[in-house]
Design a protein around this ligand. Structure first.
Ligand SMILES: *Cc1c(COP(=O)(O)O)cnc(C)c1O
Length: 368
């Protein structure tokens, strides 16, 4: 048997007629930028999430960057961000001219440890980027209370957490502004790059909309400099089809995660992913911690099972940040995670037979 890490073709086949006709209507309409598919998507997505405003963008990284720019963050400012994440949640800070300040994560949920935050706040701190990594909701209410105390903005990075929930609130509705990515493999994925921002702040929404479109809301109305970062019509048309399947697909991911949990129960060499009480983890990734991780990964390849390491290096261990002089012992949890994490295949279309096979092979490796 082979188990690929993701299988986007399988999903396409299941919605082929809907996707094909959505694309054909964009081709016939001949409007490829700033057309009705994007505005339809923006209004469906804000309804789905429960936010007042949604602005489509070119990708999730731009969404994060635009949120910082709209908040006026730049040179001399500091922004707190987790030590363990995808590089987007750090590089966008430096790109504004501000300084990323890294916070270690919690060992079970892989999200920023709120107890370490206050120590890192200085008079220059302006915002916190909180990442709901792997679909696991971060401790947002706790971090929000710190933001209120120090008058900081809270940006939620929801690239991996479409419709994750925390105490009944959808991820992306607790902070001041939230960034989403629709990279093809995300829980809601386009067939290319796309992203968006959501917020309840009318003024911020308008500034973001301008910044994403050369500073203009209408043609030639340039009130500031900005970027060209717009969701395009083809991607929006695809997302308008896929958004109707997101809840079902998330339910399937959760079912598959529960199956993995059950089948891997009792394998003492691995730790299965934790769910923070009162949250809905939407399993963008099913990340285990494994003893002899690299040998296990190699063994699984031989058995036809593809896995991925998210991430082989904590942000604080990446070459790009070496000049900041971090030591691994300053970020003990993130540094340990980089040596232990392994993401098993999880997507709505994976079969129970495939999941059973992956678990069988893991047990065989540990001679159970
Ligand atoms: C995917 C991702 C992003 C960036 O999204 P792109 O659309 O690829 O630019 C940002 N943060 C996290 C945590 C991500 O996983």
């Amino acid at each position: 048997m082979t188990v690929p890490f993701v299988d986007l073709q399988k999903q396409y086949v299941s919605i082929k007629s809907e996707i094909d006709s959505a694309l054909l209507s964009v081709f016939s309409a001949g409007q490829f930028i700033k057309g009705s598919s994007v505005s339809t998507f923006e209004s469906s997505f804000k309804k789905l999430i429960g936010a007042d405003y949604c602005i489509g963008t070119g990708n999730g990284t731009d969404s994060l960057f635009l949120s910082l720019k709209a908040l006026g963050i730049g040179s001399g400012d500091e922004v707190l961000t987790p030590a363990f994440s995808w590089i987007s949640s750090a590089e966008v800070i430096s790109l504004t001219g501000a300084k990323p300040v890294f916070i270690d994560i919690e060992p079970l949920t892989f999200t920023m440890n709120p107890d370490l935050v206050e120590d890192k706040i200085t008079k220059n701190t302006k915002a916190i980027i909180l990442v709901h990594l792997f679909g696991s909701p971060a401790n947002t209410n706790h971090v929000l209370s710190i933001c209120k105390k120090y008058n900081l903005s809270l940006i939620e990075d929801c690239a991996q957490s479409h419709l994750s929930e925390e105490n009944g609130k959808v991820a992306g509705t607790i902070g001041h502004v939230s960034a989403f990515s629709f990279y093809p493999t995300k829980n809601l994925g386009a067939y290319g790059d796309a992203g968006c921002l959501v917020t309840n702040d009318k003024v911020l929404a308008e500034v973001i909309r301008r910044l994403a479109n050369h500073g203009a809301l209408q043609k030639d109305d340039h009130r500031m400099e900005g970027l060209n970062s717009r969701m395009d019509e083809l991607q929006a048309a695809i997302l308008n089809v896929k958004i109707n399947h997101l809840k079902t697909w998330n339910d399937l991911r959760i079912q598959h995660a529960n199956s993995y949990d059950k089948l891997l129960d009792g394998v003492s060499e691995i730790t299965t992913p934790a769910r923070r009480p009162g949250t809905r983890h939407t399993f963008h990734a099913y990340v285990i911690r494994a003893k002899k991780r690299d040998e296990l990964k190699k063994y699984l390849v031989e058995k036809g099972v593809e896995t991925v390491i998210h991430y082989p290096k904590a942000l604080t261990s990446l070459p790009v940040y070496q000049e900041m002089g971090f030591r691994e012992k300053d970020f003990p949890i993130a540094s340990r995670a980089q040596d232990e994490v392994l993401s098993l295949p999880i997507y709505p279309e994976i079969s129970s037979g495939q999941i059973e096979y992956v678990c069988e092979m893991i047990k065989k490796f540990y001679k159970i």
